[in-house]
Write a protein of this length. Sequence first.
Length: 252
Amino acid sequence: MSEHVAVVVGGASGLGRATARAMHAQGYRVTVADRDIEGATAVAAEFGGTATAVDVTDEAQVEALFSDVLARHGALHAVVNTAGTSGLSPIVEHDVAHWRKIVDINLVGAFIVLKHAGRALADGGVLVSITSLNARQAGAGLSAYCSAKAGLSMLTQVAALELAPRRIRVNAIAPGLVITPLNEAIGKIPGITEDYVENTPLGRPGTPEEIAAAAMYLCSEQAAWITGEVLDINGGAHLQRHPNLQKHLSAR
Ligand SMILES: NC(=O)c1ccc[n+]([C@@H]2O[C@H](COP(=O)([O-])OP(=O)(O)OC[C@H]3O[C@@H](n4cnc5c(N)ncnc54)[C@H](O)[C@@H]3O)[C@@H](O)[C@H]2O)c1
C-alpha cells in the first residue's frame, strides 16, 4: 500500500480534509488539491504531502493537476473528489448566474475531474465522488444543489460503465448532514439543524471522519466488486423526510 498514490480534490476543508488525513494514515502518498491553496497547504503540511491549487471548473487546471501527479509519482491509484458548494434560493427568485455556478462546481466540475482522473488513473484504480442526500431528497431552496447532485449520482453510474473495461471502479457517497463550513450559513437559521436531526433515525449529524471511512472502504480491496454504487451515509435520514426548509426560511 505504501506505494499507492492518491489525490483528494476539495481536500482543504470538511469531508475532504478528513479523507486526505485518512488516506495518508492508510499509507497513500496524498496530493491535496483545492481552490483554497492556503487550506490545502495546511492539510498537506500535516503529513508531508503535496498541495496543488485547482479550480475544478477549469479544465486546464484539472488536466495539469493530474499530469503533475503522474510526473511526480509515475502512477495514480485513487482519486476522491469532495469539491462542492451549496446555495439557497427559491426558484422564482434564483439568479441564473448563481444557479449555473452551483451546477458548474458540483456537476460540471465533477465531470471534469472524472474525465482527467479517468485518463490518469492506472488500470484497477478507483474514483469516489461526493453526491448528497439531496440527490434523492428534494429541499426547498436547493434546486441547483439537488439537480447537480442528482446528476452526479447518474454520472457516477455512466462513468462506472465506461471505465469498467480498465477495471477502474467509480462510486459515490451521498452524505446526510455533517457540520462543516459548507452548511455554516444554513445552520444559523433557527430550527434547521434540529429538524435535520429529528428526521435522522440515528438522531445526530454525521462526522467528516465517518464519511472519510466510507471513502477509504470504497478505495480498498474490500470493495473490489463494488462499482456504480451511490452509498447513502446519513444515519437513516433517507428513510424519513427532508427538513422543511421553506418553513424555517419564512419564519426568519
Ligand atoms: N457537509 C454536509 O452536510 C454535506 C452533505 C452532503 C454532501 N456534501 C458534499 O460533500 C462535499 C464536501 O463538502 P464539505 O461539507 O466538506 O464542505 P467544505 O466547504 O468544508 O469543503 C468543500 C471544499 O471544496 C472546495 N471547493 C469548492 N469549490 C471548488 C472548486 N471550484 N474547485 C476546487 N475546490 C473547490 C472548497 O475550497 C472546500 O475546501 C461537497 O461536495 C458537498 O456538496 C456535504
